[in-house]
Every structure is written in structure tokens, then in C-alpha cells.
Design a protein around this ligand. Structure first.
Ligand SMILES: [Zn+2]
Length: 201
């Protein structure tokens, strides 16, 4: 056991930071030190922002998004197309799509994907509420914006089956060559999916 170089308060800060995605013990120590050095301009405001977030953040009971209001800002936004729901695995995917500005619809956050390996079954996901929302006559299309992984695609098939009786248009994101991508660098799966999903030019 290496000897601790700092008091328990600092050790605790490092241990908590090390739990963040992308931060190991080494970068957690660097982050902690940076916070401590910038106590007034960074540590204080960050602690306050975290306290407020912990207090006020709620999960939207309609779509599963996280926000400080219920229903969330997106669900309350009357300028959004009510005929389309974009299905995503996680809030991070919702944020990514919002950053792209590609779609002005509402979302539905599944909260994961089906996985036999991790024991994730349909009842663990936000599917029932999706079927409920999709049953609204205003809804015409569900866009499956799920990851192009085996579990993501298994989930896409399951959700499609669960929605089939509603007779909606169900679409999924195109699979293919990324913008700026060079064919030589693509894996075979991406390349063959791109050929299969080719469009008229
Ligand atoms: Zn919402």
C-alpha cells in the first residue's frame, strides 16, 4: 500500500474523480490538483454547480431525458415536429443529435440496449412508455437512432416488433461511409453496409 501524500479530504476528491469516465487515478490526481490550485475560480464554482445539479436534475417521465424541469425542455418545446420520435439509447446520443441540428423532433431515451451478456431484458428498458407515446395519433414516424452494434441492432428489431401493430413508419439511421472517410481505412462491415445502402446519385 503506497503511503498517502495528502489528507483524507484530498484523497477522497481524487478517488471520486477517478470514477469519472476517461479518468484513471493519474489523471484524477492531476484534475484534483488543478481544482485545488484554482480554488476560487474552478473548485468553488464547480462544487456549487454540482450541488445545484444534484438538487434539481430530474428524469423526464415522458421521454427519459435529464433536465431541471418536468416535462423536459424538449418535450415542452411547441416548435418541434410532433409527428416524429427519435429513439436513442442514452442521453449522450440525444445531446449528439441536438448538437448536429439535423432533426427538430422529440426523443425517447431507452436507457440502454438489450444485452444477453449483461442481462439487460426488455423490462429494464423504457419500451412500454415508448409504445404508449407512439400510440398518439399525431405520431407518424419513429427514427431508430441506435448504435450500429449487435446489441443496438437486436434492440432495433425488438422495438420494431413492439411497435408493428401501430402501423407507423419506422426508419433507422443510414449505415455507411463517414463524412470525410476514406474507403481504404474502413472495416469490411462498414464498407459492405455502405454498398447495400447505396443511393441514386
Ligand atoms: Zn422529455
Amino acid at each position: 500500500m503506497p503511503q498517502s501524500v495528502a489528507g483524507p479530504e484530498i484523497e477522497r476528491l481524487i478517488q471520486l474523480l477517478a470514477r469519472m469516465p476517461g479518468l484513471g487515478p493519474r489523471s484524477a490526481r492531476r484534475a484534483a490538483l488543478q481544482l485545488i490550485k484554482k480554488r476560487d475560480t474552478l473548485l468553488g464554482p464547480l462544487a456549487e454547480a454540482m450541488r445545484v445539479a444534484a438538487e434539481r436534475i430530474v428524469v423526464c417521465s415522458s421521454c427519459g431525458n435529464v433536465d431541471t424541469s418536468e416535462p423536459c425542455t424538449i418535450c415542452r418545446d411547441a416548435t418541434r415536429d410532433p409527428s416524429t420520435i427519435v429513439l436513442v439509447e442514452d442521453v449522450s446520443d440525444l445531446w449528439a443529435l441536438e448538437r448536429s441540428g439535423a432533426v427538430n423532433a422529440r426523443y425517447h431515451v431507452l436507457g440502454g440496449v438489450l444485452s444477453a451478456l449483461d442481462g439487460v431484458r426488455p423490462e429494464h428498458l423504457n419500451i412500454e412508455r415508448l409504445v404508449e407515446r407512439a400510440s398518439d395519433p399525431a405520431v407518424k414516424e419513429i427514427i431508430l437512432a441506435l448504435n450500429a452494434t449487435v446489441d443496438g441492432q437486436t434492440t432495433a428489431h425488438y422495438v420494431t416488433d413492439a411497435l408493428r401493430h401501430l402501423g407507423l413508419t419506422i426508419t433507422r439511421l443510414a449505415h455507411g461511409v463517414p463524412v470525410g472517410g476514406e474507403l481504404d481505412y474502413l472495416d469490411e462491415g462498414t464498407l459492405s453496409a455502405a454498398i447495400r445502402s447505396r443511393t441514386a446519385f
